[in-house]
Ligand binder design. Structure first.
Ligand SMILES: Nc1ncnc2c1ncn2[C@@H]1O[C@H](COP(=O)(O)OP(=O)(O)OP(=O)(O)O)[C@@H](O)[C@H]1O
Ligand SMILES: [Mg+2]
Length: 857
């Protein structure tokens, strides 16, 4: 990878022609073959080099993990002390376990990665003479790109053409408001002043632009700063819980190993032997398969979810979807059909009059927003903007909830159709449109028919009543206002939006989705509560919420929320399900307030205004075709904007988590039991309770028995409630099931020592067999709340478990037995052991309900 060409000047101080010459390209873009060359030269347009997928590297990475190093060390010690067989076995076990890991995990991650790629952000690029969508990382210097409102700017680029284009650069330059961009050469050193430059990671707020790519990847002006918008995320609740669990296990293991080691030293056992034993114990007690089981289970979960139209971008969020208890959603598209159409246009007194919609359509056309309301306005009056040119614009902004244009009508093109006659007399006009609450306070006059009347308190009261009426019919309303601009006045720097004439209202219909109430009921039945977080009028939102069957008596507005401190808000959001007139940051604040009380919160949205909340939420859900910013901020992409799809996803998320929990429960209880047994045995026995190689083999076979868990079936009851990680529950489970298995270990010891007077070799062999049988067979009991035969395991799990068990039971009878230090046990001892295992399993079945729930029955 060689660096991009060194510019003597910042690119915004150069003409397109100069840059074409430097980059050896032109206005017609690049050819596909040239792009391949450049990709090889400049590298992909991403922040980090793609993680290497080479097999050898994957194996190398695993060999360097602490656990593997310990094993290698133990193998080396064995070899040095002349125990070649022991050393060989340790290395074989290491090889097998790494091989297994690499194979399984590789497959799962590859499948998940392919899904992720399928929803990777794309950009529109001019290639071989035509615009096409390509993955963002395939953009190279010299490409010509087209960006539109809602896109994330994919690379540093020089503007070639711009139509109402503004970019939000707050995260990069700190400039809080969207910046107008247009072609030209800028003679300033600071990128913040470069009005002709697009920077990677900024957000296109309005309009559309064509631009020449000059820098990609980290080779951009803001380099790593662009990461702000990238995938970097805080660890999710699931990742935090997993980490806490790993830490707890590690501490317990360390404590036990130290205890065993001290005991052995005090009893004057050989140091090296004791050390090897302790190391083997540490290995045996570490749930080293946990990462592999988690990845494979999540990878399989991602595949199943894809079949149900949910594409997972961040694997860990699968669990969070299953644990989610509150889903916040915006309104349009999810709860409504998003087929927004202009329903009526009214003058200031509420009489039908097309003027308001015509003015709004001009503003929509020249303003460059590409929102649904603007599209509806343009569809209703496609010709409205003919003859009008733009002088200045203040782009629509979700915080102010209005936008304006200063437009000029050229009298030359005035003769087409009488529809424009009244408008054409105005030469320069400032047109403001936005939410009525935002626009009306700026008005001092109102237009009724052809007359301009003063706007007084009585009129304001009438307006408010009319707005409420429209909202109660479920109509979204925009207010339109204007102000004449004297032609001789130059267009000012700042558009003064005051002293306006209230022109009238445009009302839009956005009918509710017939399928939504059923989906909401399904989610509610599954323990997921829906909250609507909208920027629209609270009355409209409330009415829709009622139609959807939500609790809508209480509504909070953005103005209410601005009054509340974080504490008070955290209380309010528990009870209130309907919110209106929220700014983008308030949406995020509500999600935050829900999380403050430990609620796992999801957010579903598709607009630029939803991106902050999507980022904050535990699970951000967006929709295919949503704005680029929303998709980038989301953890999952729905292939259909439908709550049914979310409900399906929730089910799969829970299924996935139930299987991970099985492994964790198994591991926690069997490890805890083993710890107790080993500690007791070390204190009581005059010899090592198991040889280090036997401990390792035990560990390997047990691991093998569990590789079927990701495939296991889950009963519907387990999917009915949110699956939350419950550390207390887990500790209770381990605290009951662990000692139970220890009890039977101790019984085995006692029987072997006093009843059968077993030699150390026979003791090792039988304890090995007993330990394997109890650990492996108990999975068929622990994996379900039902009776083991009522809830059949997946064949993959049955196979992996029984094969591991068979190997453990047969090994002592084969010629290999000697290598591991096994002897052929007597049939009487085997019979006694079988009986003990049976009783253990019965006890486990009897106690598991209590261990799982804390209650009997
Ligand atoms: N292009 C626009 N021009 C003028 N005003 C607009 C425009 N887009 C939105 N508004 C105003 O801003 C308000 C908030 O926008 P919008 O309703 O799209 O927010 P939202 O939270 O995405 O809503 P929803 O929940 O319906 O998706 C609108 O109700 C409208 O009054
Ligand atoms: Mg929206």
């Amino acid at each position: 990878m060689s660096p991009a060409p060194v510019h003597t000047l910042p690119f915004w101080q150069q003409t397109p022609e100069a840059l074409y010459a430097q980059l050896q390209c032109g206005a017609a873009g690049l050819s596909a073959s040239e792009v391949q060359n450049r990709l090889a030269r400049y590298g992909p347009n991403s922040d980090a080099p793609p993680p290497s997928r080479g097999l050898l590297r994957a194996i190398g990475r695993r060999l360097l993990e602490p656990l593997s190093l310990i094993l290698l060390g133990a193998g080396a010690v064995s070899a040095v002390t002349g125990d070649n067989v022991g050393g060989g076995i340790i290395v074989t076990i290491l090889g097998l376990s790494i091989g297994l890991d690499t194979l399984q995990e590789g497959r799962a991650t590859r499948a998940a990665e392919m899904l992720r790629q399928s929803v990777a952000l794309r950009a529109e690029v001019l290639r071989d003479g035509a615009f096409r969508q390509v993955p963002v990382q395939d953009i190279v210097p010299g490409d010509v790109i087209r960006v539109r409102a809602g896109d994330i700017i994919p690379a540093d680029a020089l503007v070639l053409q711009a139509d109402a284009f503004t970019a939000g650069e707050a995260a990069l330059t700190g400039e809080p408001y969207p910046v107008e961009k247009h072609p030209g050469v800028v003679d300033a050193a600071s990128p913040a002043e470069a009005r002709n430059a697009l920077f990677r990671g900024a957000v296109a707020q309005t309009g559309e632009a064509l631009a020449l790519v000059v820098g990609t990847g980290r080779n951009t002006v803001f380099g790593a700063a662009a990461l702000v918008l990238g995938e970097a995320q805080q660890p999710s609740p699931f990742e935090r819980d997993m980490h806490a669990f790993g830490l707890m296990t590690a501490r317990l293991t360390l404590a036990l190993v130290l205890l065993v080691l001290t005991a052995h030293m005090l009893f004057g056992r050989p140091v090296l032997e004791s050390l090897l034993f302790a190391v083997a114990l540490a290995v045996g007690l570490t749930p080293e398969l946990l990462p592999m089981i988690t990845t494979v289970t999540l990878g399989r979960g991602a595949l199943r979810m894809a079949a149900r139209k949910v594409i997972v971008k961040r694997l860990a969020s699968i669990h969070d979807l299953g644990a989610m208890t509150v889903l916040c959603t915006d309104k349009t598209g999810t709860l409504t059909r998003a087929e927004i159409a202009l329903d009526r246009s009214l003058d200031a007194d509420g009489s039908p009059d097309p003027r308001a919609a015509q003015l709004a359509a001009i503003a929509a056309d020249l303003g460059g927003d590409r929102g649904a309301l603007d599209t509806a306005l343009q569809a209703a009056h496609p010709e409205a903007a003919q003859g009008w040119t733009l002088l200045r614009r203040q782009a629509f902004d979700f915080n102010r909830r209005l936008g304006s244009v200063l437009a000029e009508h050229s009298t030359a093109s005035n003769a087409n159709g009488d529809e424009h006659e009244t408008l054409s007399q105005t030469e320069r006009l400032l047109i403001v449109k936005g939410a009525p609450e935002a626009v009306l306070p700026l008005c001092t006059q109102r237009r009724v028919g052809d007359q301009l009347l003063p706007q007084g308190d009585a009129e304001r009261a009438q307006d408010a009543a009319r707005l409420r009426q429209l909202a109660q019919q479920g109509l979204r309303v925009l207010a339109v206002a204007s102000r004449r601009w004297a032609p001789q006045d130059a267009a000012p720097q700042e558009l003064e939006e005051s002293g306006l004439v209230f022109e009238g209202l445009c009302a839009f219909a956005d009918p509710p989705k017939p399928s939504a109430p059923a989906a909401i009921a399904r989610l509610a039945a599954a323990g997921v509560r829906l909250k609507i977080l909208s920027g629209d009028d609270p009355v409209v939102v409330q009415r829709l919420a009622q139609q959807m069957g939500l609790r809508a008596e209480q509504v909070l507005t953005g103005a209410d929320i601005a009054q509340l401190g974080n504490e008070a808000l955290a209380v309010q959001v528990q009870a209130v399900d309907v919110y209106g007139r929220l700014t983008p940051d308030q949406k995020a604040r509500i999600v935050h307030a829900l999380q403050a009380r430990g609620t796992v919160t999801g957010f579903l949205g598709d607009g630029i205004n939803d991106a902050p909340a999507l980022k904050v939420a535990d699970v951000g859900l967006s929709v295919e075709g949503a704005s680029g910013v929303a998709q980038a901020a989301a953890d999952m992409i729905l292939l259909a904007s439908d709550l049914e799809v979310v409900a399906d996803g929730v089910e799969e998320g829970r299924r996935t988590f139930v299987n991970i929990l099985k492994y964790v429960r198994m591991g926690a209880s069997s490890n805890f039991g083993n710890m107790l047994s080993m500690a007791a045995a070390s204190l009581l026995l005059p010899f090592l309770p198991m040889l280090p190689t036997q401990v390792l083999l035990n560990n390997l076979l047990y691991d093998f028995s569990e590789i079927g868990i990701p495939f296991d079936t889950v009963r519907p009851e387990a999917l009915a409630r949110p699956q939350v990680w419950d550390m207390h529950g887990l500790l209770r489970f381990a605290g009951i099931m662990g000692p139970l298995s220890s009890l039977f270990d101790l019984a085995t010891f006692a029987g072997l020592l006093w009843l059968y007077r077993a030699t150390p070799e026979a003791f090792h062999t039988l304890w090995f067999m007993e330990s394997m049988a109890t650990q492996i067979l108990v999975i068929f009991i622990i994996r379900t709340r039902a009776l083991p035969w009522q809830d059949r395991p997946h064949p993959a799990l049955t196979a992996s478990s029984l094969v591991a068990l068979a190997v453990a039971l047969v090994l002592p009878f084969t010629p290999l037995a000697g290598w591991f230090g096994f002897v052929q046990p007597g049939w009487d001892m085997l019979g006694g052991m079988a009986l003990l295992v049976l009783v253990y399993l019965l006890c486990a079945q009897w106690l598991k309900g209590f261990a799982l729930t804390g209650k009997f029955g």
